[in-house]
Write a protein that binds this ligand. Structure first.
Ligand code: GAP
Length: 546
């Protein structure tokens, strides 16, 4: 049970319910993952976390709004990231650049010419797909078959199982692996050469069908640029085409010298930014995992050429620690190193989290060489060089980039925190509670303050406590319904601590504090509240682990 050091502060005595199930990751044991995801999406809506955009007009595809609790969680995630970058590293500073940028920036960065997805339509269902995704999903099926064989054999042979030998000798595994390698080689070659006809041919040859119509009636494959364009200027003749930025990183690159000079920054140094990005995704799905309007938290770390592998390893380590410090289980994260590198990168990895729909990328870490700065130097005609006083020479710095989506991080946090628990009541019957086990420093509401009854001066005491504590952390006054229902409501929004004011409070200035995860309760003095809760909800302990 993940109770941390919480109870140790007060020494708990009672609890409102008995947990029947072990808590950590019981999700996997008791519900089909798809069901959990569906429940999570409705939970987000029901409890004011995420709403479909423009819902009264039937929504807008892949665009979402954050509700009253969602915005708090999102802000807390951003603060956790910002503090870990800017507070913890004295050589990392922040900026906030505009969404609209000079259109030549996107020519220089390669986005105008190369930020494309290959799309294909099924003529029967009229559904549009990414050709590369259709092929990758087909490849994943072979991998799944191989893994199933391996797991079956592992169960059969137990400790004596030699996986390497099994993979090399089992005929079914060999057949699937050969087919997989064959398709993968063709696919990689076609992608590298942007050979759209070959991509279509791979789909045809492998009899990949439309998941909706079940047919193989495909159109040609076409390139589709993911940038949204609009016009800037008041008259159609005088207006010029501008783009909604598809990444925040370019705002950092073009401000590199401004920050370096005005901040007297010495290499190595970093620039961090949080902001909106826009991509006209062909396949937008899995709720807020892939959106058309989203937010990124990016940091470019400017370094001496030749030192990039050392810094790449450094940031990989730091970023993995940042995830692990959330306490959701180290085994739920992994690196996925890229074997196929973008033309500007000489190393790249993703940090993946085990979502209910499998391990997926949450963050990308890229060694981007001097590609971007060099391109901007060429297109703008302005020098993008740094004079290194120690080396006595000027050069275009290399860059390590860490890039994470706020919304995808939000989805990671909320899916890791969501739990349905079966409880045993005092009378022996069972009940279920839905609880968001958010780390306290990320929880939208830190403390719910509840008068036991709405009379005898108890609401006034509760209001006074809220008035007193609201300057330190987010408190919520709650006097509707029975105490049990109020606890459930707070569990569902992830409030880590609830306090109850009762008649004894009037006599001895004590209150009952109830802990979300263990549901344990104890009486404590009101005077202890501020400092104890303040410590418990502080981001400090997590930051210290990075
Ligand atoms: N500057 C590098 C860059 O933008 P990326 O891998 O395209 O790299 C970085 O994006 C991160 O941004 C991803 O790991 C993901 O978390 C987030 N992201 C990208 N596209 C997204 C989308 N359509 N919806 C939500 N998040 C997205």
């Amino acid at each position: 049970m993940r109770t941390g050091g919480v109870e140790a502060n007060f020494g708990c005595k009672t609890k409102d319910f008995e947990l029947l199930l072990p808590s950590a990751n019981t999700n996997e044991l008791f519900m089909a993952q798809e069901d959990i995801f569906k429940k999570l999406v409705s939970h987000c809506k029901e409890y004011g976390y995420v709403f479909p955009s423009s819902e009264i007009y039937d929504g807008l595809s892949a665009v979402y709004d954050y509700g009253q609790y969602g915005v708090e969680l999102k802000n807390n995630i951003k603060k956790y990231w910002w503090d870990s970058m800017v507070l913890l590293h004295e050589n990392v500073v922040g900026i906030d650049s505009a969404i609209f940028m000079h259109p030549t920036i996107w020519k220089a960065s390669g986005h105008v010419d190369a930020f494309n997805d290959p799309l294909i339509d099924n003529k029967d269902s009229k559904k549009r797909y990414r050709a590369d995704v259709l092929i990758e999903e087909h490849l994943a099926k072979f991998e799944e078959k191989i893994n199933k064989e391996v797991e079956k054999a592992r169960e059969k042979f137990g400790a004596a199982f030699d996986e390497k030998k099994f993979r090399e000798t089992n005929q079914r595994v060999i057949a699937n692996q050969t087919k997989l390698d064959e398709i993968n080689a063709r696919y990689t070659k076609a992608m590298n050469a942007t050979d759209l006809n070959e991509l279509r041919q791979i789909i045809i040859d492998n009899e990949i069908v439309c998941p909706v119509s079940g047919t193989r009636n495909w159109t040609d494959v076409r390139q589709f640029n993911l940038m949204f364009a609009t016009e800037m200027g008041s008259t159609s003749e005088g207006a010029s085409k501008v783009y909604l930025r598809p990444e925040t990183a370019q705002g950092i690159f073009v401000n590199f010298l401004n920050v370096q000079k005005t901040g007297r920054m010495k290499i190595p140094f970093g620039i961090a930014q949080i902001g909106k990005a826009f991509r006209n995704e062909i396949v937008a799905r899995q709720f807020i995992f892939r959106m058309r309007e989203f937010e990124q938290m990016e940091m470019q770390y400017f370094i001496q050429p030749g030192t990039e592998m050392e810094w790449f390893r450094y940031w990989k380590d730091i970023r993995m620690k940042w995830f692990r410090a959330l306490g959701f289980g180290d085994e739920n994260y992994r690196f996925h190193d890229h074997t196929k590198l973008a033309h500007y990168a000489n190393a790249a990895t993703d940090i993946e989290y085990k979502f209910p729909f499998g391990f997926k990328e949450v963050e990308g870490i890229h060694s981007r060489t001097d590609f971007d700065l060099k391109q901007h130097q060429e297109y703008s005609g302005k020098k993008m060089q740094y004079f290194d006083p120690e080396k006595g020479e000027s050069y275009i710095p290399y860059v390590i980039e860490t890039s994470i989506g706020v919304d995808r991080m939000f989805l990671h946090v909320i899916s890791a925190a969501y739990l349905e628990e079966e409880l045993k009541k005092e009378d022996g019957s069972t009940d279920t509670r839905v609880v968001l086990r958010l780390p306290s420093f990320l929880a939208p509401v830190k403390l719910a303050v509840m008068p036991l009854v709405k009379k005898d001066g108890l609401p006034e005491i509760a209001e006074k406590i809220v008035d007193d504590l609201k300057f330190d952390f987010n408190c919520q006054y709650d006097d509707k319904d029975s105490i049990g229902r109020r606890y459930r409501r707070q569990d569902a929004i992830g409030t880590p601590y609830c306090i109850t004011i009762d008649h004894q409070t009037i006599e001895d200035n004590t209150i009952t504090i109830r802990y979300r995860d263990s549901m344990k309760q104890e009486r404590v003095s009101t005077e202890m509240l501020r400092n104890t809760i303040k410590d418990l909800v502080s981001v400090k302990e997590a930051l210290k682990k990075i």
